[in-house]
Design a protein around this ligand. Structure first.
Ligand code: NI
Length: 227
């Protein structure tokens, strides 16, 4: 069960001053680096692993890339003084159909970095007065200033980064148990005490949670109960 709040249930209140727009641009500019830090160096297997039919880490990254044209179109809405911001595809079909798991990770990361640069270049070129212009958001029905929309995009970035980190955290845990007086390296995915039933035939079950992928050798005296 994810601890990250459901995106479509988020409520937004915008009361910060419009002058914060350079800070929000800085936050948006940092997302490619944070995404790269989260994903690079991990095995392909870990990157494309889907938990409970949800998106894999690589699909979350691909989804961020998929949404860049929408964010760019919405900046255009502020310039054109549209009646409403461009509508998003709430079913995220683009991401489901893109098969991001079949693409090289580096391609997704490079494309996202380039797309985000394009978005910020566009924002940088705007007349500062435009940041205060407000247009209704089609789903939330509330007027959003351009500066609010930058905040909205930054929060959306963080939402998916949080899901990525959460997935890696869950996958990283595995139980190692000692049974019948000898070391037994048994693993099962779990994230909380008590260990899964599979270990119940060990008496006494002495288990600890270790990081999957850690090559550190675990000694019998390190295998204990919960801390
Ligand atoms: Ni999303």
């Amino acid at each position: 069960m994810s601890q990250v709040p459901i995106w479509f249930e988020r409520k937004f209140e915008f009361s910060f001053p419009v002058e914060l727009h350079p800070n929000l641009s800085a936050r948006l500019r940092g997302t490619p680096a944070r995404l790269e830090e989260a994903l690079r160096g991990r095995s392909h297997k870990v990157l494309i692993r889907k938990a409970q039919d949800k998106w894999s880490a690589q699909e979350h990254a691909g989804h961020l890339l998929d949404l860049e044209p929408l964010w760019l179109a919405r900046v255009g809405d502020y310039v054109a003084a549209s009646d409403q911001l461009t509508v998003a595809d709430l079913k995220n079909r683009k991401t489901d159909e893109a098969n991001h798991n079949a693409r090289p990770l580096e391609q997704i990361l490079t494309d996202f970095r380039a797309a985000r640069e394009r978005l910020l270049k566009r924002v940088d070129e705007l007349d500062p007065l435009l940041f205060a212009r407000a247009i209704p958001h089609p789903r939330l029905k509330t007027p959003m200033r351009l500066v609010d929309h930058l905040y909205f995009v930054a929060e959306h970035d963080d939402h998916h980064l949080a899901r990525i980190w959460e997935q890696f955290g869950q996958k990283h845990n595995r139980w190692v148990c000692l049974g019948a007086g000898k070391r037994s390296y048994l693993g099962a995915r779990a994230s909380a005490w008590p260990p899964p039933k599979i270990f119940s035939h060990f008496f006494p079950p002495r288990c600890s949670l270790v990081s999957e992928g850690s090559s550190r050798r675990i000694f019998p005296w390190e295998l204990g109960g919960p801390d």
